[in-house]
Design a protein around this ligand. Sequence first.
Ligand code: V55
Ligand code: FE
Length: 473
Amino acid sequence: MEWCDYNLEVEGTIPDEINGAFFRAVPDPGFPPFIEKDTYISGDGMIGRFLIRGNRVDFAIRYIETDRYLAEKQANRALFGAYRNPYTDDPEVLGVERTVANTTPIWHGGRLFLTKEDGPAYEVDPLTLETIGKWDYHGQLRSRTMTAHVRIDPGSGEMFFFGYEAGGLATRDVAYCIADRDGNLVSEQWFEAPYCAMLHDFVVTENYALFPVFPTIADLDRIKAGGPHWVHHNDQPTWIGIMPRYGKVEEMRWVKGPNGLSAYHMMNGFDERASGSSLVHLDLNVMESNIFPFIREASGVDASPAEMRASLCRWTLDMNDLDKGWTERVIGPPGDMSRTAAKDQCRPYEIGYYACYDPAVGPPVTHSVVGAGFNTLIRVHVGSGESEALALGPDRSINEPIHIPARDPAHEGWLAAVVDTHSTMSSELWFVEAGNIKGGAIARVKLPFRLRPQIHGWWVPQEELDRAAVKAG
Ligand code: V55
Ligand code: FE
């Protein structure tokens, strides 16, 4: 549902210095799907925006007018079939770009993009939320896809990103790309992954780019037969491709790891700075198998997410001895949607945040895209592995938090996240002190409707919005 609402009721006080936009991507099918039981992540992308000026908060949500959304609007019915399977579409839309841009709002070079890993990004006007069109770096980007997870180096302002299935459906082609701080594409190089895997995220350190590859694999014949895009193979190895971040893809080294693992989100990566050290660290939410119910079903993986071994892990590679694989250290409880302050990306850091489902807090409540909703917010000291938790109780689920920096560098800033209460079918935007999550919400913004579960969000400070490349009107 598209709507906007101004001056929402706020309980508590949002600090005056919080000024900017919290953008969120939300799947919501514009027309009733004709595929029974398709996954939530097939839904048309919507861009939600909380505009925050201290205690004054406005909200708006609007469809991304993708080629797919516009084609269905014209026909006034669904034309596109199953998740990432064009062979299940109405023949009328053969060749029409079918991405729904529903995964991450990304701000870079003064522009707002809505991304989904199966297609190109769409540019959206940050002020009106109108869709501007597909984004291909002024015709320069050759990759047909752009991932929903990018890495921005806070020092250089460069955005590192990639596209997989870059050359088309179920191909092993991966495009590794760099845009400079002004948003110009300065590098695009293609390489082949060991198999056509779901490459959801990656990390970049000061010196390297790391591509973890987990065995959730696409097969063109299966897709052509109308089957699922993804099957997870517990008997296939995990790989990490590592290369110098400004290097040539020919320098990529492939490091083999345990069979069957899965991870969607990476918190951060960094190079050990001690002189002479050759260690590279990658912090990520790892599970022993794929967590998505629709993928487990297609793969005959029976273990329920609650039974699966999972943790926030630090994987460490030694650049002088990659043949020995990597070591693993558990640094936090199970969970997902890991975040850091933007200033901490690509370099040594202390603190991370993420969401977790803790069975001690309450029985599983269907909420997020992966099944059991997250009922706990975690702040972890990634060096020591110690963590603090804010438990939300059995009746609440939390969506991915964003981090909002404070002007005072000694202050850790704030986390903001939409919290849904199940018994009252309501949603609130909560603000929490990042350095004191146990203190709970310092402010809660009431929404007049229940919001749909979000995928990812992005914080854009007001001074960045003021420099938007696209001016409304
Ligand atoms: C994810 C979400 C997606 C997708 C693939 O969170 C992976 C993981 C919202 O769409 O297409
Ligand atoms: Fe994601």
